[in-house]
Design a protein around this ligand. Structure first.
Ligand code: CUA
Length: 307
C-alpha cells in the first residue's frame, strides 16, 4: 500500500516511511532467518549422514532474487525521495513565522510577525504549520523536536527553513542534535504549543515593556546590571540595552526554566548561576563577575522581577 501524502503532517510522513522500512526489513529478516533454521533441522547430520549432495546454484533463483531486491530498492528510493520532497516543501520566498539562531549554548528566538524577541522561549500556536528560519551564530547546531517535525542543521552564514506543526497544546521537548561543544548535551529545546488565543496573549505580554516593581532592591539590581556591564551582552526590550550576544532577558521572570531548559527558574538557581556560572554550566560564555552577597541579592531581585 502506498502512503497517502495528502493532509498528512511532516511527522506522520516520516513516521509512515520508517514503518514501511521496518516492515520490509523485518519481513526479509524473518524469511532469511526462518529458512536457515528450517534447513538446519531438515538436513541435520543425524538424519543425513555422509557428504551431502553438491549443488552448483540456480540461475532461475538468482535472477528472480536479484529482480525482487532491485524492485524493493527502487520502491524505497521512491518513497524516501517523495517524502523528502514533501517534508522540505519550502516556498520560493519564505516568510518564516520565527527565526531561531543557535548559540553556544542557547537559542535566540525572534517572532518575525510581531517583533517579539526571547531566549529559549519557543511558543507556537496549534493547528497551524509553522515555518522556521534556522541560523547559527557560531558553530553548527541542529534543531530537532521529534514530535513536531524533522531535524535540520543550523549552519553559520546560512539560513535553513523547516516546517513544524503541533496539533495539540502542550510542551514538546527536543535537543540540539549536532555536537557543538562542551555544553551540547545541555542545549535543550522546549516548544510550548498553545491555542491561538493563548499564544496571542503570551506574545502580547512579551511585547510589553518591562515594568519596574518599584522595589528598592529591584532598582539597585537594575543599576548594578548597567554598571557591571551586563548590558554589553544582554538586551532587555524597552531599555537602551539592545545587545544580543547573550540571551535577551526581557520578561525573564515569566520563564519557567533557563540556561536552555537546563535549570528551573527560581531565585536559588539564578543566584547560583550569577555566583559562579562555570560551576553551573561549565564552558558557558558568561564570565564570573565575583559579585558580593549584597550585589547578588539585588541582581536576583532585578532579574527575577522582570515579569
Ligand atoms: Cu548546539 Cu549541539
Amino acid at each position: 500500500m502506498l502512503p497517502q501524502f495528502l493532509d498528512t503532517t511532516n511527522v506522520e510522513l516520516i513516521h509512515n516511511l520508517s514503518v514501511y522500512f521496518i516492515v520490509a526489513a523485518s519481513t526479509v529478516f524473518a524469511l532469511v532467518a526462518g529458512f536457515i533454521i528450517y534447513y538446519l533441522f531438515k538436513y541435520r547430520e543425524s538424519k543425513n549422514p555422509g557428504t551431502p549432495e553438491q549443488l552448483e546454484g540456480s540461475q532461475k533463483v538468482e535472477i528472480s532474487l536479484t529482480i525482487v531486491a532491485t524492485l524493493l530498492t527502487a520502491l524505497f528510493a521512491y518513497l524516501t525521495l517523495t517524502t523528502i520532497q514533501k517534508v522540505h516543501d519550502i516556498p520560493e520566498n519564505p516568510k518564516p513565522f520565527m527565526t531561531i539562531t543557535g548559540h553556544q549554548w542557547w537559542w535566540e528566538v525572534h517572532y518575525n510577525e510581531s517583533g517579539a524577541i526571547t531566549a529559549n522561549q519557543i511558543h507556537i500556536p496549534t493547528g497551524k504549520k509553522i515555518l522556521l528560519a534556522l541560523k547559527s551564530a557560531d558553530v553548527i547546531h541542529s534543531f530537532w523536536v521529534q514530535k513536531l517535525g524533522p531535524k535540520l542543521d543550523m549552519i553559520p552564514g546560512n539560513t535553513n527553513h523547516l516546517w513544524i506543526y503541533a496539533e495539540k497544546p502542550g510542551e514538546y521537548l527536543g535537543t540540539c542534535s549536532e555536537f557543538c561543544g562542551t555544553q551540547h548535551a545541555n542545549m535543550r529545546i522546549r516548544v510550548t504549543a498553545q491555542s491561538p488565543e493563548d499564544f496571542k496573549n503570551w506574545q502580547d505580554h512579551q511585547l510589553n515593556p518591562v515594568v519596574s516593581t518599584g522595589d528598592s532592591l529591584f532598582l539597585k539590581g537594575k543599576h548594578l546590571f548597567e554598571q557591571k556591564t551586563c548590558t554589553s551582552c544582554h538586551a532587555i526590550n524597552g531599555t537602551s540595552n539592545t545587545q544580543n550576544i547573550g540571551p535577551n532577558l526581557t520578561h525573564f521572570a515569566s520563564r519557567k526554566r533557563f540556561l536552555a531548559d537546563m535549570k528551573e527558574n527560581n531565585e536559588e538557581n539564578v543566584r547560583a548561576w550569577l555566583e559562579n556560572p562555570q560551576h553551573v554550566k561549565h564552558g558557558a560564555r558568561m564570565p564570573n563577575f565575583i559579585f558580593s552577597d549584597n550585589e547578588l541579592d539585588a541582581l536576583v531581585a532585578y532579574i527575577d522581577g522582570l515579569k
